[in-house]
Design a protein around this ligand. Structure first.
Ligand code: SF4
Length: 241
């Protein structure tokens, strides 16, 4: 069995607790308008690796990430699209006592229950709160998310929610209130982060010959971000949302 890997990052600081060895897996079926990594979309791109080969690379960095309370994060692209390979990697990490995180949009090809039983932390990127908004932003029907979210709600994995706030698309108060309702359906949510949109990935679209749908959209201001964060916390539960 071989997995398709886009790239590896040995000192990730944004993708879970502590220092993370981040495995960016190749392939994604969504087409998020703000995606920074359109070079991960192609399901046939990247380079192939066997689980043991990747594990040997990970083990070289174990002294760095273990000492920091970190671990390994599977990101992408969409790691859930390579469920067999992901499962094998999660088993190897569990056997080695390594903390695992899954950075996902929740749209893969199944085996979610088995995957979640072997995952310590899920970082879930919720895209939009309405069916039309989800379709416009990602190109897919919002129903594709349901199997994973339902399985996650029944699991014991810790969950962090990440949500990219794009001016004119996901920055209204009504939207944030609907997001709060969506998040409360998922148990074990320990943290909710609003990520302000920025256009740093735009040049990759030009290089790949793709059109960038958010051309001309200004980055979110820090003032507006604070307003939405306060709204998210209003009437909050113990976890702060
Ligand atoms: S799910 Fe992630 S990798 Fe896929 S298009 Fe959206 S932002 Fe990009």
């Amino acid at each position: 069995m071989r997995g398709r890997i886009h790239s590896l990052e040995s000192m990730g600081l944004m993708d879970g607790p502590g220092i993370r060895f981040v495995v960016f897996m190749q392939g994604c079926k969504l087409r998020c308008a703000y995606c920074h990594n359109p070079d991960t979309w192609d399901l046939q791109g990247g380079s192939e690796m066997e689980p043991r080969e990747l594990m040997d690379r990970i083990l070289r960095y174990i002294p760095y990430f273990k000492a920091s309370g970190g671990g390994v994060t599977f990101s992408g692209g969409e790691p859930l699209l390579q469920s067999e390979f992901l499962l094998e990697m999660l088993k190897l990490c569990r056997a080695a006592g390594i903390h695992t995180a899954l950075d996902t949009a929740g749209v893969g090809n199944g085996r979610y229950k088995e995957i979640l039983e072997l995952t310590d932390l899920v970082i879930l990127d919720l895209k939009h709160s309405t069916a039309q908004g989800y379709k416009d932003l990602t190109g897919l029907d919002i129903s594709v998310l349901e199997p994973f979210v339902q399985t996650l709600a029944d699991s014991t994995a810790d969950v962090w929610i990440r949500h990219v706030v794009v001016p004119g698309i996901t920055d209204s108060s009504e939207h944030i209130i609907r997001m709060k309702d969506m998040i409360r359906r998922i148990l074990n949510v320990a943290k909710v982060e609003l990520i302000p949109y920025h256009s740093l990935g735009e040049n990759k679209y030009t290089e790949l010959g793709y059109s960038y749908r958010l051309a001309g959209v200004e980055p979110l201001s820090s003032e507006q971000l604070k307003i939405l964060e306060a709204l998210l916390k209003e009437g909050s539960n113990e976890a702060g949302f």
